[in-house]
Design a protein around this ligand. Structure first.
Ligand code: CAO
Length: 437
């Protein structure tokens, strides 16, 4: 027995336009009744969308970035014998009258007429706490709305609970309770609690003013940056790399390119040098567990690149950069930064980063103190290279010097390790042949 069932967006309180943030299913997946299949978001709320039928996903009709409304088709599910009984619970009585002996159709067979169960109520968790710069699963807490609500009532930031005891790490009530107990017993700061707020000032008393709404990206980035600032003990270490030879090589490479080909900027070599240093110092390719007890070491190397866009800062992630050439990285970054500036970057293209580079080199600067994109443990800042007189033991010679700034989480990286890491990057940039070693 088999039947095709449509899963639709339920009534979410009259909201007309809902953003699809994450789609957790693909054709061929088997889903259980009530399994979360997508995350939706409005201006005020984040929602887990449960499957209103269990079975095999035939087609997924939404993708991240789509806008949906009540009744929008989310997916079509092929429900087999056992699962039909599950659907029956959510179907109107007249919709659940199938013969239990009907064999499941193959893909080639004519599909059974599509039935639409009552859409399950979307699970609402409001307001969302998911930041735009979301590079780790730990930020996207897996918890049901009731648990999110429970956490909020206790003033707990649920993203601090990285792994729950539920199925697939889902956060349970007892996980929230244990987290609170730990905070109380250890006296750990929750972030921001008790900090006096900036006073509200009526600026119009001093002259003409205009109020502009911050973009969504700026608001969410601001929340994330404040959270990091309050939670991480950060140190910034400054260094300079002699890139005179690297720059000559880069200019020569670009001279060989046609005008349609993507040019190589120094950033590509910086990515390469950073990755080499991360391989040498694995604690830089890691995240601290929320209880501060363990370091999670990553065997993959994905690098986030901060991109300046008209709507604010976004961080697309270049994946598996250790297996990509300088040319491939240049092409990929050009594509991703174009997409970012057009606001077309998908949420999954901004996730999974291991370390971030914030390069202001195209603009200027001599040094700055970037903020770590936690739960990453460090961020590399880059400002503008300039010719400087460098003493070679006998005389001053003109060399192109690149300023680098490394901010790291001092709970994970100590000062000496930070200095060694930067020395490694500096040596590799000063003589890029070392990157072959
Ligand atoms: N020193 C000297 N020149 C530099 C340089 C540096 N460190 N970095 C870049 N340049 C030059 C490039 O070579 C390029 O020169 P040409 O126009 O002659 O080719 C020019 O500056 C512009 O480079 P770019 O910025 O377009 O390219 P990029 O690969 O260096 O950077 C990107 C790409 C996406 C990182 C950048 O465009 C960007 O958005 N930067 C801003 C990031 C930001 O806002 N960070 C702050 C975050 S807050 O922590």
């Amino acid at each position: 027995m088999a039947d095709l069932i449509e899963i639709k967006v339920p009534d979410v309180g009259g909201v007309a336009s809902i953003d699809v943030v994450e789609v957790l299913i693909k054709p061929g997946d088997t889903v259980a009744l009530e399994q979360i299949i997508a995350t939706l978001e409005t201006d005020k709320a984040s929602m887990d969308l449960p499957a209103s039928a269990g079975g095999i996903i035939q087609q997924v009709h939404i993708k991240p970035g789509d806008k949906v409304g009540e009744g929008s088709l989310v997916a079509t599910v092929l429900v087999n014998g056992a699962d039909t009984a599950q659907v029956a619970a959510t179907l109107k009585p007249e919709e659940s009258t199938q013969s239990p002996t009907t064999p499941a159709p193959t893909i080639q067979e004519q599909p059974a007429p599509v039935k639409t169960p009552e859409p399950a109520k979307a699970a609402i968790a409001s307001p969302t706490s998911t930041p735009v710069i979301d590079h780790s699963a730990s930020v996207t807490a897996h918890a049901s709305p009731s648990i999110r609500l429970f956490a909020r009532e206790l003033g707990v930031d649920i993203t601090k609970i990285t792994a729950g005891n539920g199925r697939k790490g889902r956060i349970l009530k007892q996980d929230v309770q244990s987290h609170v107990k730990r905070i109380i017993s250890e006296g750990l700061p929750q972030g921001g609690a008790g900090i006096p707020s900036i006073p509200t000032v009526d600026f119009s008393q001093f002259g003409e003013i205009e109020t502009q709404k911050l973009s969504k990206i700026k608001r969410l980035t601001g929340q994330n940056l404040s959270r990091v600032w309050l939670n991480l003990p950060m140190v910034t270490y400054h260094e300079e790399a002699d890139i005179t030879e690297m720059e000559a090589f880069r200019v020569a490479l670009n001279a060989e390119k046609t005008k349609d080909e993507v040019k190589i900027t120094g950033l590509m070599f910086i990515i390469k040098a950073l990755v080499a240093a991360m391989k040498q110092f694995p604690s830089f390719n890691a995240s601290l567990s929320s209880d501060g007890e363990n370091l999670v070491l990553k065997k993959y190397v994905n690098i986030g690149i901060a991109v300046d866009t008209p709507n604010g800062l976004v961080v697309p992630v270049l994946r598996n950069v250790d297996s990509k050439s300088v040319n491939q990285l240049a092409i990929e970054l050009a594509e991703k930064s174009d997409k970012a500036r057009q606001g077309k970057l998908m949420p999954n293209e901004m996730q999974g980063g291991c370390l971030t580079i914030s390069s202001l080199g195209g603009i200027g600067g001599t040094a700055f103190t970037p903020i770590v994109n936690a739960p990453e443990v460090a961020i590399l800042g880059v400002t503008r290279a300039k010719m400087q007189p460098v003493w070679n033991g006998k005389e001053f010679i003109p060399r192109l010097m690149l300023p680098l700034d490394l901010t790291y989480d001092h709970r994970v990286i100590d000062g000496a390790e930070g200095a060694r890491f930067m020395t490694h990057i500096k040596q590799n940039l000063s003589d890029i042949r070392r990157l072959l070693l």
